[in-house]
Design a protein. Structure first.
Length: 143
């Protein structure tokens, strides 16, 4: 291979890495009772020029069940998703103007029309952008 052709390939490869580096592919867990019982926010951006990201929530209570459910797309800037305890293995998720209900007993998740807009229980934490990366930040424990 000619030296010039080798240099062109290296530059093309470096450019491709730069293009792909702008994409977000993350899976951020809220561990309920260890790693076997969790809600996981998944965000995937196929191409850096896309303004929307595919989002899903994985509802997991292993070994009984695990299910990935697509939710409404998100923006490239993570919009905070608050997680509320709703009782009996139910969790309410609130992102922007959308609400979801997740049940870890049978690993189900659905849109929730919450006409009051009020959370059904105590806030346990939020999926947020922390130090440039998605993270779950729990509510500090009361003293």
């Amino acid at each position: 291979m000619k030296p010039g052709a080798r240099m062109l390939r290296m530059l093309a490869a470096a450019g491709l890495v730069g293009v792909l580096a702008g994409c977000e592919n993350s899976a951020t867990p809220f561990m309920i009772e260890g790693s076997q019982h969790a809600l996981i926010l998944v965000r995937e951006q196929k191409f850096f020029w896309e303004d929307e990201l595919r989002q899903a929530v994985v509802v997991s209570r292993l070994p009984a069940c695990q299910k990935r459910v697509r939710i409404h797309p998100g923006s490239t800037e993570l919009v905070e998703m608050r997680v509320y305890a709703a009782g009996d293995g139910l969790w309410a998720l609130h992102q922007g103007n959308r609400w979801y209900l997740a049940g870890t007993e049978t690993c189900q998740l659905q849109d929730w029309d919450n006409p009051s807009g009020q959370p059904p229980g105590a806030l346990v934490g939020s999926f947020v952008l922390k130090d440039g990366a998605p993270a779950f930040v729990p509510v500090p424990a009361a003293n």
